[in-house]
Write a protein that binds this ligand. Structure first.
Ligand code: SF4
Length: 488
């Protein structure tokens, strides 16, 4: 079986400096099985070729194209797909990690169905957005809802007629009947080193960034159980020695020491993290890396070790400055932990990006005031930030047990944001705000917390990955010099 893996275009003109990790993981896995596979990144290629995708934002028009009321999107589809080679592939797999790829992929899948015989698979963190379209139009042969390795293995095994088993983590149709394969996590021994062979590395660089940023993941799942989170996969991790060896190979193969680790909780175990840093130091890899942590207490020696191994920025999910709210979220952190962690990271010159979540269930004015006050106490240590509004996610503890968490779920609504549409579950707070009032409360809270964080806007440039890595590298993380560039 010949497989093509594609990162489809997002509907924006922002070049990505990160190699596509989802593709890389599956490529690494397929190569380890001896399967012929190629990969391509159509997002950066579309930008490089100045293709305008603005026509592909109207969902009604897209649905009319799918049911063949018009063929206006044939030409743009042909132009996009001419940037890669799809001939002779039995399976074309798309990795969707951004909402704006959903519309575009619907159009591309329709065009592929009209012109080629290949089967189409869609996976990635937004693949569940295709379910309702699939029920109507059956454009895809496989929708992979969780980790992809075992789904590919089952598809390949079945194609060789060696088995006819249900395809793991996948929704598909067989002889006209809908099948849903068992939900399984990929064992850690099948989590292979990502493989980005065949991608044009020059697509990821620009005038300020001379080498690509390599994404890498060595911890999978999470041992915690925050009530709002839908990512409750079992914790699995690679051995520290394997991590350092893979980092060394990736750095040499793709000629870059810039790494972007993708974990929710890098510090799930201080001892494990310490060993990872020690192994990196043993191999003298000279990396620059960033990641995300939980703001639980850090040992000062561990922070020194993190810095020595190349850590230059950490993202911290603070969410709220109210201990009461943090407890109701089941975050298992205290505001005092956050303050101590932030101060220590700052002392050792690690850039800090913070995430806050506003509009959580029953968030009070007092909770907001506590968050505001915390921001003011931490402000001098922070650089960049993100604010999100609480959203009810399927499979979260709250979604699975709404009454216990003080809400009544109403319905799935469409929420239009620019050209993107995403599904959102409306809810009423029991004995408190109804959905309309809750939306207003979230807007208000967002404004307050944005105002509190406003002083950090001067670090805006450091939100751009190319600027961050190149400035930190060029000035050897010298804050005085970097601030001069940023504020002039
Ligand atoms: S929010 Fe983060 S720490 Fe909490 S359960 Fe989800 S992934 Fe784990």
């Amino acid at each position: 079986m010949k497989i093509k893996l594609i990162y489809p275009p997002e509907n924006n003109s922002v070049q990505s400096h990160l190699l596509p990790l989802g593709l890389g993981h599956i490529m690494g896995f397929l190569k380890s099985m001896g399967v012929y596979a190629e990969a391509d990144d159509l997002h950066n290629k579309v930008i490089k070729n100045n293709l305008n995708l603005s026509k592909l934002s109207n969902l009604n028009e897209i649905q009319n194209y799918i049911i063949e009321k018009h063929n206006d999107f044939d030409e743009i589809s042909k132009n996009i797909l001419s940037l890669t080679n799809l001939n002779g592939f039995d399976l074309i797999g798309f990795s969707v990690t951004d909402q704006s790829q959903v519309n575009i992929l619907l159009v591309l899948a329709k065009y592929i169905k009209k012109t080629l015989n290949s089967k189409i698979l869609v996976g990635g963190s937004f693949s569940n957005n295709f379910e309702e379209f699939q029920n109507k139009y059956r454009l895809f042969d496989y929708i992979v809802l969780n980790e992809g390795e075992l789904a590919f293995k089952d598809i390949i095994d079945n194609s060789l007629n060696t088995t006819n088993k249900l395809i793991s983590n996948t929704i598909y149709y067989e002889k006209g009947s809908k099948r849903i394969g068992p939900s399984v996590e990929t064992p850690i021994n099948l989590k292979k080193m990502p493989n980005f062979d065949g991608l044009d590395m020059s697509l990821y660089t620009n005038d300020s960034l001379s080498k690509p940023i390599i994404p890498y993941q060595f911890i999978f799942g999470c041992p915690f159980n925050c009530n709002f989170c839908s990512g409750h996969a079992k914790l699995r991790y690679k051995s520290p020695k394997v991590v350092a060896e893979e980092l060394s190979k990736l750095s040499k193969t793709y000629n870059s020491n810039y790494f972007y680790f993708l974990h929710n909780t890098l510090n799930f175990s201080d001892n494990y993290l310490k060993k990872v840093c020690e192994e990196i130091l043993k191999l003298q890899l000279n990396l620059i890396w960033t990641d995300s942590i939980r703001p639980t207490l850090f040992d000062e020696d561990l922070i020194k070790l993190l810095y020595k191994s190349g850590c230059r920025k950490l993202t911290i999910g603070i969410d709220s400055g109210s201990d009461d709210l943090l407890e109701r979220m089941n975050r298992l952190i205290k505001v005092s932990d956050v303050e101590k962690t932030v101060a220590l990271l700052s002392k050792y010159n690690i850039w800090i990006h913070v995430n806050f979540m506003v509009g959580y269930i029953l968030e009070s004015k007092n909770d907001l005031e506590l968050t505001y006050a915390l921001i003011k106490r931490l402000e001098r240590h922070l650089s960049t930030y993100t604010i999100s509004k609480f959203m009810l996610l399927p499979n979260s503890n709250i979604y699975n047990n709404p009454l216990k968490h003080g809400i009544e779920i109403l319905s799935k609504t469409k929420n239009s944001k620019d050209t993107n549409e995403y599904n959102e579950y409306a809810f009423d707070e029991i004995n408190n705000l109804n959905w309309e009032q809750k939306k207003k409360q979230q807007e208000f809270a967002f404004k307050i917390i944005s105002f509190a964080l406003k002083k950090l806007d001067k670090y805006g440039l450091m939100n751009n990955l190319d600027q961050f890595y190149s400035l930190v590298d060029k000035y050897d993380n010298d804050r005085i010099k970097i601030n001069k560039i940023l504020f002039n």
